[in-house]
Design a protein around this ligand. Structure first.
Ligand code: IMP
Ligand code: MG
Length: 179
């Protein structure tokens, strides 16, 4: 697996430090409320688990699995809900927890759906942000790290379902997907 990773961008220690900072910011912002944290599967599973346990504030946890039809390393087209939240978002302060925002298409749609369903507020937390590739008018409220236009894997993020279990985030070698 090592040869497929061109370089390590964020070590597990660096990720843990940043996740702890994000958790403190969320604790402060949501003090006195009981937010509904919704992890977007599958990419956010590791970040989600680390983030909610680093928070002192109790949060309700839920998940949504969506897919955008698009190929390989880009997402475009239509959003399909493969698994919806179990809880109702109506009247709730929802925290969407995402692994990475690229075009912004996925979260623009998820946010719209939650607002249409009557969420009281929708806050977007993403571990990684790739603003150079944004096509939707979507900004995260909280982000861990800003990265350039490169395809990254590890710490939940995949390429063709591989590399999710890596404890760090690395840049995938172009040779892996430009075959
Ligand atoms: P968006 O709808 O273009 O913002 O795409 C967001 C989704 O695309 C993320 O939730 C990831 O699943 C996937 N994605 C975008 N960039 C990367 C990457 O560099 N590595 C792994 N997955 C990515
Ligand atoms: Mg994702």
């Amino acid at each position: 697996m090592g040869a497929d990773i061109e370089s390590i961008l964020f070590s597990s220690e660096r990720i843990a430090e940043r996740v702890a900072q994000l958790a403190r910011s969320l604790d402060a912002a949501f003090q006195g409320t009981y937010p509904l944290a919704v992890g977007i599967l599958k990419g956010s599973f590791m970040f989600f688990a680390d983030l909610v346990r680093a928070m002192s504030l109790p949060v309700q946890t839920d998940f949504m699995c969506v897919s955008t039809y698009g190929s390989g390393t880009t997402s475009q087209g239509r959003l399909t809900i493969k698994k919806d939240t179990d809880a109702s978002v109506a009247g709730r302060d929802v925290i969407i927890v995402e692994d990475i925002i690229d075009s912004g298409f996925t979260l623009e749609n998820v946010r719209r759906i939650f607002l249409e369903r009557g969420a009281r507020s929708v806050t977007i937390v993403t571990l990684l942000d790739k603003p150079s590739r944004r096509t939707a008018a979507l900004q995260p409220d909280y982000r861990g790290f800003v990265i350039g236009d490169e395809f990254v894997v590890g710490y939940g993020l995949d390429y063709a379902e591989k590399y999710r279990s890596l404890p760090y985030i690395g840049v995938l070698s172009r040779s892996v997907y430009e075959k």
